[in-house]
Design a protein around this ligand. Structure first.
Ligand SMILES: *[C@@H]1O[C@H](CO)[C@@H](O)[C@H](O)[C@H]1NC(C)=O
Ligand SMILES: *[C@@H]1O[C@H](CO)[C@@H](O)[C@H](O)[C@H]1NC(C)=O
Length: 298
C-alpha cells in the first residue's frame, strides 16, 4: 500500500516535474520561435530594403547612361540597317536633335547648291582624274558631274542581306565627291523584288536615282521622311539636310544637288539578278565614256 502510494507520489512528482519541465521547454520554444519570427521579419525587411535600393541604383544608372546606350543601339541599327525595315529610333533622335537648332532660313536652294559646289571642288582638289584609264576619259570635274552634262562614275552594289554590303558601301562612300544612294528599295520591306509589277516599280526608282531625277518618286521620298536612315548613310547629303531640313525631301532640291557629284554609288539588297541585268543593259547608263559598257563588251 505504502509502495503504491509512494509510487503514485513519485509518479505525481515526476509527472509534475515532467510537466513543469515540458512547460518551460515549450515556453522556451515559443519564445525562441517568436524571436526567430521577429528576426526573420527583420531579415525580410532588410532584404526588401536592399532590393529596393538596388533597383533605385539601377534606375539611376540606366537613366544617366541612356544617351550612351542610345548611340550604341543606333550604331547597331546602322549595322543591321538592311534587315529591319522599320527603325523609328533614327527619326526620334533626329527630331530630338534638331528641336533646339535654329535653321538658316534666309539661304535659298541656289545658295545651298553654290556652297555644296565649293565643298566638292575642295574635296576633289587632289583627285587624280582617270584621263583614259579604266575606260574613263574624264580629265576634270565638269567631265564627271551630271550638272555639266558629264558622266559620273556609277557604282552599284547588288547583293543580299548580311553580306557586308553596308561596310563596302561605306568604303565606296569614302571616295571624294561621292553621292550615296543607300538601299533605295527600303520601302519594299524585307523582301526581294520578284513579281513584274514590283520589278517595274523598283526599276523606275533605281533608274530615276541613278539619273538624279527625283520627280515621280513620291513613295521613296515619303518613306524617307518617316525613316531618315534612307539618307543618313549619304553623309554629304545628310549634313546639308540637317542644316536645311525644309529643303531635304524636295525634288527641286534633291535633283540638282545630286547632279553636282562626280561619283554616284548605290547599294541594293532587294534586287534579283534578272532585274539587275535589265538595269545594267540600260543604254542611258552605258555611254561611250562609261566603264560599265567596257566591262560588258569584253
Ligand atoms: C545662311 O546661309 C547663307 C548661304 O549659305 C549664308 O550666306 C548666310 O550667311 C547664312 N546666314 C546665317 C545667319 O548663318
Ligand atoms: C525625270 O523623270 C520624269 C518621269 O518620271 C521625266 O518625265 C522627266 O523628263 C525626267 N527628268 C529629267 C531631267 O530627265
Amino acid at each position: 500500500m505504502s509502495k503504491t502510494s509512494d509510487s503514485t507520489t513519485i509518479s505525481l512528482l515526476t509527472g509534475a516535474s515532467v510537466d513543469s519541465a515540458s512547460r518551460t521547454r515549450a515556453q522556451h520554444r515559443i519564445s525562441l520561435s517568436t524571436k526567430r519570427r521577429k528576426m526573420s521579419r527583420r531579415a525580410n525587411l532588410i532584404g526588401i530594403c536592399g532590393v529596393c535600393s538596388l533597383c533605385l541604383l539601377l534606375l539611376i544608372a540606366t537613366t544617366q547612361h541612356r544617351p550612351a546606350s542610345m548611340t550604341i543601339s543606333n550604331g547597331m541599327s546602322v549595322g543591321v540597317g538592311d534587315i529591319s525595315g522599320v527603325q523609328t529610333g533614327y527619326v526620334d533622335r533626329h527630331h530630338v536633335g534638331t528641336a533646339s537648332v535654329a535653321y538658316n532660313m534666309t539661304a535659298t536652294i541656289a545658295d545651298v547648291l553654290a556652297a555644296q559646289r565649293t565643298k566638292i571642288l575642295t574635296e576633289m582638289e587632289n583627285f587624280e582624274y582617270p584621263q583614259g584609264r579604266f575606260g574613263v576619259d574624264a580629265e576634270k570635274l565638269s567631265d564627271m558631274t551630271p550638272a555639266t552634262n558629264g558622266t559620273p562614275v556609277r557604282s552599284v552594289i547588288i547583293t543580299t542581306w548580311r553580306s557586308g554590303s553596308t561596310f563596302l558601301g561605306d568604303i565606296l562612300n569614302a571616295m571624294p565627291g561621292n553621292f550615296y544612294h543607300y538601299e533605295p528599295l527600303l520601302s519594299f520591306g524585307i523582301n526581294q523584288v520578284r513579281d513584274a509589277a514590283e520589278g517595274a516599280e523598283a526599276l523606275h526608282m533605281l533608274r530615276h536615282l541613278l539619273h538624279c531625277n527625283y520627280t515621280n518618286m513620291q513613295e521613296y521620298l515619303e518613306y524617307g521622311k518617316q525613316h531618315s536612315y534612307l539618307f543618313e548613310h549619304n553623309e554629304r547629303l545628310w549634313s546639308v539636310c540637317k542644316e536645311f531640313p525644309h529643303f531635304c525631301w524636295q525634288p527641286k532640291f534633291l535633283s540638282p544637288i545630286c547632279k553636282l557629284f562626280p561619283m554616284q554609288s548605290m547599294k541594293v539588297v532587294r534586287l534579283r539578278l534578272a532585274l539587275a541585268k535589265t538595269l545594267l543593259e540600260d543604254n542611258r547608263f552605258t555611254s561611250q565614256k562609261s566603264p560599265i559598257r567596257k566591262v560588258l563588251q569584253k
